[in-house]
Ligand binder design. Structure first.
Ligand code: CO
Length: 137
């Protein structure tokens, strides 16, 4: 089952500049960088307390969200939900018709098992599921 929002990923053209922004401009604690060669990606993490997801939809068909939906700007790349049993969640979601970008979880940042749900299955949002493997050291 889903147990937490693990992280939100933002694609950045200049990693060092973005790290400085989040550290110095936003004052977040910088945990460090980690290259994930299998994903051809460099990552940088800033741990934060627990959070919430807000879904927003135009009220009575008007307002700022209606305008946003018409234009669809934006740059959020994916949401990641932490799982306590990723294989079970993948099986459960596949049974409900969700498509995934790979057949089975692979190893991602933080040595987590990770898998991505196809954006087509989630209103165009790329969603990752992960499961830490800390208890398997
Ligand atoms: Co991620």
């Amino acid at each position: 089952m889903i147990v937490a929002l693990d992280h939100i990923a933002i694609a950045v053209p200049d990693l060092e500049k973005a790290i400085k922004r989040f550290m110095e401009d936003f004052g977040l604690t910088y945990e460090g960088t980690e290259d994930v060669p299998a994903a051809k990606t460099s990552t940088a993490f800033f741990p934060l307390p627990a959070t919430s997801i807000e879904l927003v939809h135009p009220l009575n068909g008007e307002g700022p969200i209606a305008g946003y939906l018409e234009k669809k700007g934006g740059g959020m790349h994916h949401l990641c939900f932490r799982s306590d049993d990723i294989e079970a969640d993948v099986a459960r979601l596949k049974e409900k018709g969700y498509q995934f970008l790979s057949e089975a979880p692979t190893i991602g940042a933080h040595n987590c098992k990770v898998i991505f749900i196809h954006p087509k299955s989630c209103d165009g949002v790329l969603i990752e599921l992960n499961q830490p493997q800390d208890d398997h050291h």
